[in-house]
Each structure stands twice: as C-alpha cells, then as structure tokens.
Design a protein around this ligand. Structure first.
Ligand code: TRP
Ligand code: ZN
Length: 897
C-alpha cells in the first residue's frame, strides 16, 4: 500500500538540490480505465551542484512495476517498494526506461491520473506525478516533455497534453494516438493529459507581437452553451497581461478543459489548464453574477500562472507563495481593472472590499489557530494542507505592499527584472524580493519578515492635536501576532508596514499633508507612511483644527488597526471619507461594535436594543444616490456570523446569530420603505448582462428583499419573491428568490419554499452545478424551533443526487453546513460535531485532500464556550483515532496539540 499515513515533518532548512537532473522525459500512455500502462524514458545525469549520491530514489505511489531498462539494456539493480524505486550502480549520464501500471478508474483521490465522467484527467500539483510514473517529484527538476497518448478512438476521441500537437493517427483495433511536445522545460507538477469525449469552443487571436494563437475551451458536449464567458475572460486576461506587464502568450495554442470532479478551483498545467467546471461554465440561466465574476478571476489566475509559476517556478514547496501570492495579486488587479480601469476608484474599491473581507474572515482566523504559519512556511507534514489562505491571500497582500511602496511603475520595474533574471528557473521568495529591491534601489532586508513571521500584526494608533502649533501627531505602535509553534525560535521583530493615511476636516474634505521637516505638502492627500520601528510618531504641520484620521486607506497592509473612534466619528467617515475602502471600513467597524455588544447581551440573556445612531448611519448609506448600488450593498451587509464569533472573547455562535437577527429585524422595520424603494429602483429588466453595474443593482435589490423578509408581516416579501422566482430570466434572480422563500419558511415553520424547491430541482436536474446550489441553499438555511437544519442535511445525504465522491457535491451539502451555517452547526447538543466526524472519516477513505479541508472546520475549537469546546474536542479525538491519511492526521493532530 502507498505511504499516505507516514507523518514525517519536512523542514525548509533541509533543502538540498536534487542528486540527478532529468533533461528530457518521454512518456507513452496506453490509456484504459482499469489498467493504464505508462512507459517513461528519462534522460538523466548527475547534478553538478549536488553531493554525489550512491543511489537514486525515485518516488512512486500506487504503481505496479513492470520493467526497467538502462541505456536500452534490461536493468535489475533496482528495488521496487511502496514509496517508489531505489536504483543503484548508475553511471553519470544515462537513459532510464520504466514501465508501470496504474488504475485510474479506481482513483478517488483525484490526484494523479483519474477518470471523471468516463474521461481521463490528471492533477499533478503538488505531488501527484509520482502516482503516474516514478520520478523526482519536486519542482526544481525541470525537463522537456514529449508525450504520446494511445486510446480507444470511439471512447476517447480527443487526446490532449501540454504544448504543441505534433501528430495524430490511427492504430489497429480501433485505437488512435496523438503526439505532443512542450517546447518549454517544466517541473512535473505542470504535466497534464486529458482524454475523452469533449468538444471545444475555439477562437483564434493575434498576440501583441503579431503571432496567431489558437484558444480552446474544452467541455462535455451538453456544456458548450456555457463556454462563451470563459473564452471572453481568457482573451481579456491575455490582453491584460500584455498591456499591464508586457507578458505575451508563449505557445501556439492555449487550452482550458472543464472537469466536474476536481479537488480545487483550477490548475495551471502548461498550455493545458484543467478547471473545476464551477470556474468555467457560465450562462445567465445557470450561473449567478458571483459565478460570472469567479470564472473571470480564476481563468485570469490560471492564465497569469503561465508567467508567474510556469516560466518562473518554485524551487521547493515552501516557496509556494512565490507563485500563488503573486498570481492572486495579479488576478485581483485584473478583476479590478476589468471592473473599473485604473482610475475608477469606486469600482476598484468594490473588488478590494470583497478581497479584504475574505482575508479578514478566513486568513485572520487561520492565523489565530493551530494551522497558523508564515507566508513561507518553515515546515509541513502534507504539502496539500498548505494551499492556504495565508499562502494565497496574505501572500497576495505581501505582493501588493511592494506596489504600494513603489507605485505601479516601480512594481513593473521589479517584475521586469524578476523575469530578466529568472526566466526558466526554479527560484525562491527571496529572489523575488531581491528583484523588487534592486529595481527600485531599496534595501528590503526588513521586508523579509513578512515571509517568515506568522500571525496578524496589530497597529495601535494614538493621535494628538496641538492647537498652539497647528501640529497633529500620529503615533503608530506595532505588535506582532502571537508566536506560533511553526515560527523559527527567534523573537518576532518589527515589520516594514506601509501605512496609508489621510486627514479629514470638519466638512469632510481631505487636508493637504506636510510632514515635519518637509518644505511643501505632498500632491496626494493620501500619504503612505513607512512604519519600520516598534513605535514611531509622524507629525503633520499646518493643521488648522483637530482632524479626523482615515487610517490604513485601501487596506495598505494586512494588519489589525486599533484606534478609539467614537460612534459619531465612524458615522462621519462612513458619510465622507474620500477613500471608498475606508468608507466601507467605517461602516464595518460601526456594525461590528454594535453587533458584538448585542451578542454579549444575548449571551447573558439580557434584552437587546439597537443604537439609533447606527440605524441612522445605515439609512444615510441606503439613501445616498451618489454611491453605486454595488458599494451600498457591500456597506450595508453586516459582518458575517463567523467573523463576529471569532471577535468574541469566547465564541458563541448562538448569541451572534441572535444579535445579528435582531439587528436585521430592527433595520428591516425602521427602513422598510427605503428597502421597498431600493428593491424597485434596482430591478434590471431586459436581457441579462453580467456587468458590474447590473450585478451591483441585483445585489442591492436582493439585500433589500432579504430585509423585507425579516418584517413581521411577510406578505409583501413573499409576493415579491414568488414573482421574482417565476419571472426570473437569470440564475441570480432565481436563486435569490429561492433563498428568500426558504428563509420565510424557516422563520414561520411553514411550507413557502417547497414548490419552488421542487421546481428548481426539476428544472435543473441535468445541470450539476445548479443542483449544487440546490443543496447549498438548504444546508445554509436558518433553523427554527421546529426545524433543525442537521435533520434536513442528513435527509439530503440520502437523496439520489447526493454523491460523496464528487467534491463539488460534498462541498455543496456538507461543507456548506459545517462552514457556512455556524448557528446550526454549533448546536449545543453536539449533533453538528458528530456529523462532522462521520463525514471527515468517510471522506478520508475516498479523498484525503477534501477530507482535510473539512477537518479544518473545528480547528478554532479552543476559542468557543465550554460546552461547545467539549463537544468539539470529543469529535476531534474521534477523528484522530480513526483517520488514516497523512492529510487529515496533520490537521487534527495540530488542532489537539
Ligand atoms: N495551482 C493551483 C492554483 O491555481 C492549485 C491547485 C489546483 C492545487 N489543484 C490542486 C493544489 C490540487 C493542490 C492540489 O491555485
Ligand atoms: Zn494558483
């Protein structure tokens, strides 16, 4: 059996170069579901930069050894074992041919070669290639690939691999073949093949330098009507990388393939991106505005990897953020440019707000728990567990800080130097930092700490106004996040924090900013202060009256800002700050403060009352026609229950739910006419358009509908929701109407949603991604005295359309309940935790990567109220006793330690 249970800890400090290099890889596949034969011919030589090794270990997992040859002659000085092959008596340079077999039809891990919907797919990142053939499965071994695929022609008419298609032809017995060659050397994690019954939307474009490129989006035949948006997104991404970074598509063809069984979002295999269907397929009837935006972002993300990840790759997996943090930053900027261009601050801000919300909700939580690790981790047991919010989202913030420090032009200079130095290489995060530093003549030694120190730093702000001298001083004091077990044993040191700030006068206008010692005020009324010490004071001159500070504008660093704003000051910022991000931020602070106070009262059983200033501030936003609907919706959306629970000294999901519901009902009541008007004013009649403007209108309309459904008299909301469901010409409207009906039913214990749920199911029975939504809206519904959602979920587990082996389906029902319905999941009777343990154990046997993700939903258990803590602890112990995979074991063992 494979070594999926060993829990050796891998340390970054132990990196050593590979003992051998593999210059060329020639692969021949004889594809069949139950038994695929892989013949691999490797041209290898000793690595001049490595210590001389006596033997060679090639990794291999779940492989049946057939034969080996060295330079064309049978080779026997080798031993096949459960971790791979040990080879001895090797010359300095040689050609090794290995023949092995695997069983893709039975591969439920979705790593390596597997079958989905009767077609073949591969997933090699991070270490899946050695489940296909024996290899030095590490990213610093880069090779030129030549691949031949052979398969039954009727069953698998399409045969794809990386790079350029050299030749196709027929073989005896109804079989056929295709030969592919990738002109670029690559690490094995970027290898891919696809074989099956697929069709493509095709388009030819001309790249900036005038070459013709063939673009294809491959899907199952019934999905061809959902490929246009992915193709448009791809073309936009290609154009964007040409103009913003001067980076061109380097292949004659670029392919995207959709697969419905996939562990993650998508994969950047060279020239052959493989995508979860969720991030490719979209048309107005089946996909929401959010889905459209995700497709654009993920298509961009994978395309941008072609340079940041593929042309320049990672030396080892500790450097994962080198490609992921940078590529997330690039996709965020792409989406912002697509929404608003460089100068539409309001449109860019909505994207920024969405990204920061994710960071704060999920990455800050990760940093506060047992999986906390630096952007460049020091150690791991299972690398698949380190595709985290920290590596991706905090990593993107770290990259963004270079741009904040050096500006767009300075950042571009750094990128240019990075490619000039490292094209074709496998490098480290330090190499990236050095390129940025050298291109901008800056010493970024201190900035390295962003890569090595875990935890969310806190910046405490103190201000002082001296009316006699017209001076305003701002003191910034930084404290590191808590020390983590993963951190090296050195004390945490001050970071270089770009802290953007503005000062606002009593009329709400930005003040000119002149720091002490400067001759003139800066042109910009936002100033990026560089905080480098534990504590620093910045003095502004010529300030005629005490200003209001607008702190950390546009969220210029991934930190927590502590400053004692009054409710009135926050309301003023919400109404006037010229920085749209900080306008939103002021509203969030206001809401968080109010909700946490109420949650504390709810936890003590005290009566709840809403502060008038709070509802007044919200009413002003709702009625402010100068703000875009998209912005208003974001500003009016209360912080999530999970985020609020995490802010409590002791997380109490029931109290948070009660407090948030109370506020929603009060706001519904007090602003009922305004919500009604917002609903009517933001209808989007006519054909559906996935533009940011129309999507923003729908979002605000649906927020209004959800508030109307909180009123005591629900007749109006029910009528609106029914009409909207019946008349919908797009999934955004239809799904929102369905959610409203479900929430009306939950509140009243009635059956308002049943007909719509049945209709929705029948209408979309043959659209798996829509059926995922059908499961998810039920799993995330509110509970009531007469309805425990766990009962609904358990019943849905027995529905014929439920399938634990399909990750999207498992996520839609199980993950939605365990991660997106905190008040129900954390039921005091522990029923949610028992369910969680059962499902983690069941998934562990099928798909360790997916099981480990679910396992993470209890990692913050120590922060909850005693009763919940005990229940979570028992469930974790149960999983620790039964889990088999290295993936799940690492998570639960770290949680229990
Ligand atoms: N590199 C992929 C990305 O674009 C992530 C990924 C896709 C992945 N599939 C995976 C990582 C499987 C680990 C395992 O972000
Ligand atoms: Zn990525």
């Amino acid at each position: 059996m494979a070594d999926s249970t060993s829990s050796t800890v891998i340390h970054r400090a132990d990196y050593a170069p590979p003992p051998f290099l593999i210059d060329t890889v020639t692969l021949e596949f004889d594809l069949a579901p139950a038994c695929t034969t892989v013949t691999s011919t490797l041209r290898m030589r000793r690595n001049p930069d490595a210590a001389r090794a006596g033997q060679l270990e090639l990794a291999g997992e779940q492989l049946e050894f057939v034969s080996a040859a060295l330079d064309g002659a049978p080779y026997t000085a080798l031993r096949a074992h459960e971790h791979g092959l040990t080879l001895e008596h090797l010359p300095d340079a040689f050609e090794l041919t290995l023949v092995g077999r695997c069983n893709p039809g039975q591969n439920t891990t979705l790593s390596g070669l597997y079958v989905s919907g009767g077609n073949f797919f591969t997933q090699c990142e991070a270490e899946g290639f050695h489940r296909i053939t024996w290899f030095l499965d590490r990213p610093d071994v880069m090779s030129a690939y030549h691949v031949t695929l052979r398969a039954d022609k009727a069953a698998y008419p399409v045969l794809l691999s990386n790079g350029n298609l050299l030749e196709t032809g027929d073989l005896p017995d109804g079989r056929h073949f295709a030969r592919w060659e990738d002109p670029f050397r690559k690490p094995c994690y970027l290898f891919a093949l696809v074989a099956g019954k697929l069709v493509a939307l095709e388009e030819r474009i001309r790249s900036r330098s005038g070459q013709t490129k063939l673009l294809q989006v491959w899907v199952e035949p019934q999905d061809l009507d959902k490929t246009r948006h992915a193709m448009d997104s791809l073309i936009h991404a290609i154009r964007w990388d040409e103009t913003r970074f001067g980076l061109e598509l380097d292949l004659e063809r670029f392919m995207i393939v959709a697969v419905s069984d996939f562990n993650m979002g998508a994969m950047e295999n060279k020239g052959l991106n493989i995508f979860n269907t969720k991030y490719v397929l979209a048309n107005p009837e089946t996909a929401t505005d959010t889905d459209f935006a995700h497709v654009e972002a993920v298509v961009g993300h994978e395309y941008f990897h072609n340079w940041t990840g593929n042309r320049v790759t990672c030396r080892d997996w500790f450097q994962l953020s080198l490609k992921e943090g940078l590529t997330v930053f690039r996709d965020q900027e792409f989406s912002a440019d697509m929404a608003g261009g460089e100068h539409n601050a309001a449109a860019r801000a909505t994207k920024r707000i969405e990204d920061v919300r994710v960071l704060r909700q999920a990455q800050f939580a990760e940093d506060a728990g047992p999986m906390a690790h630096p952007v460049r981790p020091e150690s791991y047991t299972e690398i698949n567990n380190f595709y985290t919010m920290t590596v991706y989202e905090k990593g993107a913030e770290v990259v963004r800080m270079y741009q904040t420090l050096f500006g767009r032009e300075g950042f571009r200079r750094g990128m240019d130097l990075y490619f000039q130095r490292h094209d074709g290489q496998a490098v480290t995060c330090d190499d990236f930092r050095h390129a940025l530093a050298d291109a901008n003549q800056r010493d970024l030694t201190q900035f390295e700490r962003w890569y090595s120190q875990a935890g969310t730093p806190r910046v405490t702000v103190d201000t002082h106004y001296d009316a006699a001298t017209y001076r305003y001083s701002v003191s910034l004091r930084q404290q590191p996040g808590p020390q983590t077990p993963d951190a090296a044993a050195r004390p945490l040191e001050p970071l270089l924090i770009p802290f953007a700030l503005g000062l606002i006068d009593a009329r709400g206008a930005d003040l000119p900013l002149r720091l002490a010692g400067e001759a003139h005020a800066a042109a910009s009324t936002t100033r990026v202060l560089e905080l480098t010490e534990a504590e620093q004071t910045f003095v502004f001159e010529d300030i005629a009256a005490r200003p209001l500070p607008s702190l950390l504008r546009n969220f210029s660093a991934p930190v927590i800002v502590a400053y004692d704003y009054s409710v009135d000051e926050l309301a003023f910022l919400l109404a006037h700050d010229s920085d749209p991000f900080n306008r939103w931020e002021a509203g969030q602070r206001l809401a968080t403060r109010e909700l946490l106070a109420l949650a504390g009262q709810a936890a003590r059983g005290a009566p709840l009352q809403l502060d008038d200033a709070f509802s007044a501030a919200f009413a002003r936003v709702l009625n402010d026609a100068t703000l875009t609907p998209a912005f208003r919706e974001l500003a009016l959306m209360l912080p999530s229950e999970a985020y609020l629970a995490e802010q409590m000294a002791e997380s109490n999901p029931a109290a948070v739910h009660q407090a948030r519901q109370f506020v929603r009902q009060r706001l519904a009541h007090e602003l009922r006419n305004e919500w009604r008007v917002a609903y009517e004013h933001n209808r989007t009649p006519g054909p559906y358009a996935a533009t940011p403007e129309a999507a923003g209108q729908r979002a605000l309309k649906h927020l209004a509908l959800s508030y109307l459904a909180e009123l005591d008299d629900t007749a109006d909301a029910e009528r609106l929701a029914r009409a909207q469901y019946a008349e919908a010409n797009n999934m955004t409207d239809r799904a929102a109407a369905l959610v409203t009906l479900i929430s009306l039913a939950a509140a009243s214990g009635g059956t308002q949603a049943e007909a719509a749920l049945d209709d929705f199911y029948r209408r979309f029975e043959n659209q798996p991604l829509v059926i995922d939504k059908w499961f998810a809206v039920q799993a995330t519904q509110r509970g009531s005295a007469t309805r425990n959602v766990i009962d609904v979920v358990r019943k849905l587990m027995t529905h014929p359309a439920f399938n634990l082996k399909n990750p999207n389906r498992a996520r839609s029902l199980i993950f939605s309940f365990c991660m997106a319905n905190p008040a129900q999941f954390h039921a005091a009777d522990g029923s949610g935790y028992a369910f969680w343990a059962e499902q983690v154990i069941a998934l562990d046997a099928l798909n360790p990567q997916v099981a480990a993700r679910l396992a993470r939903s209890l990692e913050l258990w120590r922060r909850f109220t005693p009763v919940l803590r005990e229940g979570m602890h028992a469930a974790l112990e149960k999983v620790a006793a039964q889990a088999k995979s290295r993936d799940v074991r690492e998570i639960v063992e770290k949680a229990l330690k």
